[in-house]
Design a protein around this ligand. Structure first.
Ligand code: ATP
Length: 234
């Protein structure tokens, strides 16, 4: 469904991605794990057109993507950025409705809103609250809910568990699995390798701009090098 081919990205003199090849098939959860600064966010930001690659191509359903952000969103690719980035001075409901800004089908939008409230009852309870006053975990739910309102086919999630209490981390990962069951495809970038590998079908290990390992999530989780570096086992 999504194919990243030989991607090279530079920030000035920094070679952040050094020939990345990644593939995501329909209905899969694919995770990219790697430590701070490995290039995980850069990869997602390049797929959504925020960062321009120096070399390489991205294909979506066999078609080469023109890397222009709004065109990419219109194709059904939606990124939930790291740090949530909700609109602090808008209510929860208005934030969610903004996620549907490309759509005109009011009845369907309302149906999806109720659907998001079903997935995240906490957001329903707080529908009229300003998003800026939500807790970190609630803001993360809102960011995911807002992305769902755009009816994406594939969701790119950047560190959804970052800064959350352990119980909430479990909730968020369970919800990501539920979203997969809804038929969505997910590319998940995570530092929490343990949790990400638990729910993923396949995984890539990204180190200093290079993919150093790829395979089934279970195989990656049992790889001794991965266990030592990312899972805290020796
Ligand atoms: P983290 O888990 O800490 O978010 P990451 O794997 O997502 O890390 P990136 O944010 O993609 O890593 O960064 C990859 C490299 O590119 C890092 O060395 C980072 O300092 C550098 N970098 C990222 N954004 C920029 C930028 N706008 N300008 C210059 N260098 C950047």
């Amino acid at each position: 469904m999504l194919k990243v081919k030989n991607l090279h990205v530079y920030y000035g003199g920094i070679h952040a991605l050094k020939g990345i090849n990644v593939e995501v098939n329909q209905g899969e959860i694919v995770t990219i794990i790697g430590s701070n600064g490995a290039g995980k966010s850069t990869l997602l930001n390049t797929i959504t057109g925020i960062v321009k690659p120096k070399e390489g191509e991205i294909f979506y359903k066999g078609e080469k993507l023109s890397l222009i952000p709004h065109k990419i969103v219109a194709k059904g690719i939606c990124q939930v950025p790291e740090g949530r980035l909700v609109f602090a001075n808008l209510t929860v409901k208005d934030n969610l409705l903004l996620g549907a800004y490309l759509r005109k089908d009011k009845a369907e939008i309302n149906k999806d809103l109720q659907n998001v409230y079903e997935i995240f009852p906490r957001l329903k309870e707080r529908e009229k609250q300003m998003a800026g006053t939500l807790s970190g975990g609630e803001q993360q739910m809102l960011a995911i809910g807002r992305a769902l309102m755009g009816r994406p086919e594939i969701m790119l999630l950047d560190e959804p568990s970052l800064g959350l209490a352990p119980l909430l981390v479990d909730t968020i990962f369970k919800i990501i699995l539920d979203i997969k069951k809804m038929g969505k495809t997910i590319l998940l970038v995570e530092q929490n390798a343990f949790k990400a590998l638990e729910i993923a079908d396949r995984a890539y290990v990204l180190e200093q701009g290079r993919i150093t390992l790829e395979g089934g999530a279970k195989d990656i989780a049992s790889d001794p090098k991965v266990q030592e570096a990312y899972l805290g086992k020796r």
